[in-house]
Design a protein around this ligand. Sequence first.
Ligand code: TXA
Ligand code: MG
Length: 318
Amino acid sequence: MSPSFEATPEIVATSRGDALDRAVDTLRSGGLVALPTETVYGLAAAMDQPEAIARVYSSKRRPTTHPLIVHLAESPQLLVHAIDIDPRALRLSEAFWPGPLSLLVDRGPSVPDSVVAGGPTAVFRVPANAFTRTVISALGVPIVAPSANRFGEVSPTTASHVVASLGQEVDLVVDDGPCPIGVESTIVDCTADPFQILRPGAVLRDEIESVIGESVETARGEARAPGMLASHYAPRATVLLAIDEKDAEAIRAALPEDRQPVVVLGRGIEAGAYAARLYADLRSCDEESVRTVVAILPHESGIGVAVADRLRRAAAAR
Ligand code: TXA
Ligand code: MG
């Protein structure tokens, strides 16, 4: 029998001399490129390539009613692609970009309907990863990029996660090592008054409030952004939440044999490191056919808020 092999997309490291040209050429000719960001890897299409945008949805198996984040090379481009921007939103862009903050504002005519399910708003961000920003400036148009995973699954924080999730549905994967933050950007709805945090991330509520000089709300109830669906960011293993190590041990000890093997996550780790490795850990649990993940909730301050948010969604009944 001939050796079996899985076809994989081409992976190019950012350190390679031709990486920039390869990424830009692929996007310009309507291809899909997985690009590194400081949060998670994104599945990028050029915003002026309608067929590539359609493929972003189909390769992720993502309903087209779930809009994509528009990634810009630098803050001033917000003025080109958004309209009626609240001055407080501009202050946030100046304070946190490049960085893990996404701003929901009214979109201008340059943002195609297909990117935002025909709605009046779009979410924008300037990623911190220098290679990816260089790709966007060299391309000359923004990229749209959701996380490079199948809809509802755990986001990728390494190039090999992207390959495992999307295989050949992506034309090129740019490898810049593990994403330093590890959970998706904070999303702020700047069309609500007061502003609302739709998804917590590494830019913290306190930091946002101190820049705009007023309090912001945390969105509740109806899912405003699909990242807010109760069940999301989910591994195949069942995720049970524990309030501390002792609780985790009690839960583990009570699990029947058919719920094993079991892995405990979050023991003796500070929240930043927990965030950085969370998705990799959940993915390894699935690879090792772990049946139950007992995840210890971090203290809900700092990035612990985002980690607890993702753990609750991973634990939500499917
Ligand atoms: O950190 C991140 O934001 C990563 C990296 C790749 O940049 N991207 C990311 O994209 O997490 P995605 O598509 O996986 O999550 C974006 C979330 C989705 O829940 C999407 O529905 C919501 O933002 N969203 C985007 N545009 C929106 C809009 N106009 N109105 C409401 N929700 C929107
Ligand atoms: Mg996602």
